[in-house]
Design a protein around this ligand. Structure first.
Ligand SMILES: NC(=O)c1ccc[n+]([C@@H]2O[C@H](COP(=O)([O-])OP(=O)(O)OC[C@H]3O[C@@H](n4cnc5c(N)ncnc54)[C@H](O)[C@@H]3O)[C@@H](O)[C@H]2O)c1
Length: 312
């Protein structure tokens, strides 16, 4: 890559730091800037990650910075927030997260952002929707990782159950990044064949694992970080290298899948403009109903976010 690429990561906690580390090893930017309210934490995380880049050698600058660094960043990740506690749903984080998102909108308001903004903060669909409105940017430019991590977990489970390579699996989790997410089983292909060709795969178990793995990790170690770090870095690579990759992210829907006034996880073509196209999978009537139910959950919480922290 000849031109200089810069990524800002706002929030240098578990998620932000793991994203930054994974971004280094995808080599998709020459400069990675960590920004945190706790400046000392951002400095320490940046130093620790920078130490990891000598063996093997990677000529990437990793440093702590400030909100002004977002003005000329090609890509901005938002990883502020708090990790879930055992027993908490992502929706339970809404009150704290939306107040932090409002504060962040104020911190970014002096700058005109030209880069793509990818939000990770939970509840992911609602916070991305709130940030897009608060930053007054178009839907292709502000979106969330949404069900990308759920999809990573789904692909992992299918590969483990079938003994096939993850690379042979095409599958998506759609809807909320949370407990109402759904799986369009009709669209799953494993080595080109539909799910019916793999009787060892139980649909209820796929859904249960996709919903449950995150909390299993939280129960064991208090935060999830590696899975989202790699997922975010893969997404960054698709954006910065204009790959036209098809990945599920949470983007505002304007009639696609029969939905509007909602942001939710759907497969999208990802390239240098961010979300370049939404792919509409042909869902069965049952699947369409499940997606509708998930969108209703998100819509209800979008309205709640606007009550908790009204946008100016
Ligand atoms: N979307 C996903 O797939 C996914 C996966 C894992 C975690 N998450 C979410 O990511 C978020 C972060 O989780 P974590 O475990 O890293 O939490 P954490 O507490 O370790 O880190 C959050 C950091 O954000 C900082 N922060 C808060 N407001 C800020 C602001 N305005 N500017 C700069 N920094 C700010 C805090 O100081 C803290 O260092 C949570 O909402 C969590 O639920 C999402």
């Amino acid at each position: 890559m000849s031109e200089h690429r810069k990524i800002a990561v706002i929030g240098a906690g578990h998620v932000g730091s793991h994203c930054a580390q994974a971004l280094c090893w995808r080599w998709c930017a020459q400069e990675i800037v960590l920004i945190d309210k706790e400046k000392e934490k951002a400095i320490a995380q940046a130093m620790d990650i920078a130490d990891s880049l000598s063996f093997p050698a990677a000529d990437i600058t990793v440093r702590a910075g400030d909100y002004a660094d977002c003005a000329d960043a090609d890509l901005i990740f938002v990883a502020i927030g708090k990790a879930r506690l055992p027993g908490q749903t992502r929706l339970d984080l809404l009150g704290d997260s939306v107040k932090m998102a409002k504060e962040l909108i104020g911190q970014l308001s002096p700058y005109s952002l030209r880069g793509i903004v990818v939000s990770i903060t939970n509840p992911a669909d609602i916070i991305a929707d709130y940030l897009r409105k608060g930053l007054h940017l178009p839907r292709n430019q502000v979106f969330s990782t949404g069900t990308l991590l759920d999809t990573a977990r789904l692909i992992r489970t299918i590969a483990e159950k079938t003994g096939m390579s993850r690379q042979a699996v095409t599958a998506f989790s759609l809807g909320e990044h949370g407990d109402s997410s759904m799986i369009p089983f009709s669209a799953i292909r494993i080595g080109g064949l539909p799910l019916e060709s793999y009787p060892m795969v139980n649909r209820a178990e796929l859904l249960e694992r996709t919903h449950g793995i995150g909390m299993d990790i939280i129960n064991g170690k208090g935060s999830t970080e590696f899975g989202i770090g790699q997922s975010a870095a893969f997404l960054a690579d698709a954006i910065l290298r204009d790959r036209k990759a098809v990945l599920p992210v949470s983007v505002q829907l304007c009639g696609e899948y029969g939905q509007k006034d909602v942001s939710c996880g759907v497969p999208c073509v990802i390239g240098k403009s961010g979300v370049e196209k939404i792919i509409e999978l042909p869902l069965t009537p049952d699947e369409q109903e499940q997606l509708q139910a998930s969108c209703d959950v998100i819509r209800k919480h979008i309205a709640l976010a606007e009550q908790i922290a009204p946008l100016d």
